[in-house]
Design a protein around this ligand. Sequence first.
Ligand code: SF4
Length: 773
Amino acid sequence: HASTSPAAADVSSRTPPYPKLLSKLSEVRHILDKRPLTLAEKILYSHLDRPAESLLTNTQNGASIRGQANLKLKPDRVAMQDASAQMALLQFMTCGLPTTAVPASIHCDHMIVGEKGADTDLPASIKGNKEVYDFLESAAKKYGIEFWPPGAGIIHQTVLENYSAPGLMMLGTDSHTPNAGGLGAIAIGVGGADAVDALVDAPWELKAPRILGVRLEGELSGWASPKDVILDLAGRLTVRGGTGFIIEYFGPGVETLSCTGMATICNMGAEVGATTSIFPFSSGHIPYLEATHRASIAAAAGTIASAPEARNLLRADSNAEYDQVITINLSELEPHINGPFTPDLSTPLSKFSNMVEVNSWPKTFGAGLIGSCTNSSYQDMTRAEDLVKQASAAGLKPKADFFISPGSEQIRATLERDSTLNTLSSAGGMVLANACGPCIGQWKRTDDVKKGDTNAIFTSYNRNFPARNDGNRATMNFLASPELVTALSYAGSTTFNPMTDTLSTPSGEPFRFSPPRGEELPSAGFAQGNPAFLPTTGKADPTVEVKIDPHSSRLAVLEPFAPFPHSELSGLRILYKVKGQCTTDTISAAGPWLKYKGHLPNISENTLIGAVNAATGETNTAYDVDGSSTTIPELAKRWKGQGREWVMVAEHNYGEGSAREHAALQPRYLGGRVILAKSFARIHETNLKKQGVVPLTFAKEADYDLLDACDEVSTEGLLDVLRSGGKGQVRLRVKKRDGKEVVVETKHTLSEDQCGFIMAGSALNLLARKASE
Ligand code: SF4
């Protein structure tokens, strides 16, 4: 494919629109009466579509914005990974726009297997996923999106090397998008439908986050690494502690960290549920931007960051207030090991062997895996290399299998040129493709661990839910820095502490590692690597035809949903009454279904298969009016075939979990019109409205008990609500099977815009209509 060298790439398209942001900042300062702002607030609010509207409405004239205001934002850029890009692009295509409204990129990283090494695994994965890659590449060329082919690297590493910049605001269709915050950007992980908002220039909505300040003091030394900052913080905050917050780092310790180290810290903010994480522009950013061919951005950011406070977009105001502050002294920080099975079970290295004893965790482990989007910087890898050199000089070989996943072709080629990879592979390490591989379950283990066998592994990755790496729920996955994983791999023992313990050399001598030393950046600069892995130009070409095989089982063109009828809804039927929790996983399961993400009819076969029937306690067992039982998706399809739309009844927090838009798309595709619940998870409720489904809540929760599957439902007042932009309430007239009638009063949260989505059939229908007017 036509490609550009990053060096020659148009840096201007990668420079945040600083003049515009600075003028928005002064508008925001005026609206907020010069109130001191945190860094995250400055960058976020400078991306508001209409600052006064977002900051003054519903917030008592700006008094309590955080946690309350609905921000309508205009991000600068979008990045998508190959699994989630499929539905995002299929949705974008329904709008009929010739190009994306903001620069965007696609990264092919999630579908590449790790098994025998990059040279074998990459071609096999390209063959297996060809139709998806062809679709993504053709769509990218048509709409002017930079396409990074399989082998180019992992989305977050590539974004850091090319697109992230101080003051930028970016959406990414992946939970670890906040990695870019290490270079001073506000980067938020979203679902595909949200990314489409940015791609079509519609404002993207976010409840204004609270700000958690983390003050860093001192300086890392010895075995402690940036990874340990976030492993320690995860232990303190737990997996829910960051929810609704942006984590903003500040304090003198910031200036001691490398840019890539800061990215590692921001990457794993996702593990505590934070909206995103961010570092201020600092001395580590300048050499990194220069080394990645963006000296002009370093200079522009440097000027802004040294401006007086009133015009300083890239640092927090000196008296900015945080909702909560945690202090970490880097000089006292110990290496940590987190896990198994959850990233917030955090143990300092010195206490880990005791934890192994107390919990009867395995004393040996089979594999150490380093790299990934979290930890494959030059600094990480040269520190690991230093340990390998020490061990090799003593005649030692790793006892555990040792795998290396470089984050990008640029870092891989640089490490190859500088002999780092040779050192690692000569010691027995296997270099996998520049891709997610074992981090996302694409690891075909060739050792003799069977499914269900309890065993341990150590990784320098970020997630460790059961089955995350090898599909085996009994594999205990411990997270640590790459240097610790490397040293432990030589011991093959979970109780080994490289800071204090010795290993025995082949001649019987005791050997102790010296603390690892590495280089922050390559002294000879970064190597470009294989030119076949460079991205496409990002120039739209309307003559390109998007490749979707009509017989494909993995991709299907998305047909626009029908608009709302010019009448109330009548003849709806209750498909299912769900008991208890109903997450986005319940509504649209992941695992093997992921391969159908681009094929709405096929993935809809998993709709609600985890939902518990309130009447019978059965899972995924629905009853038709004649009493016959079947699965939920089967019954929905049957009714769709009969032209009958349906209602779902559910309990609290319907749709909690991820931002997965399939959980809204699938019920809509199968004929779902109304979801009536005791309450909704906020993001999912918005997603439903975007797809044209009406979410209603019970005015009286006890009315849940009045309803049963197969009851017939008609709406009263809904058409008026939609036509008036959200004014008034909706009642449901319900005809029971025995002929009796009940009336259920409901509440809704439909805004004027959202009424427009539902009337048009979906948010994208509305956009398409506006675009063609
Ligand atoms: Fe996600 Fe792992 Fe890939 Fe990073 S390496 S993007 S965490 S799957």
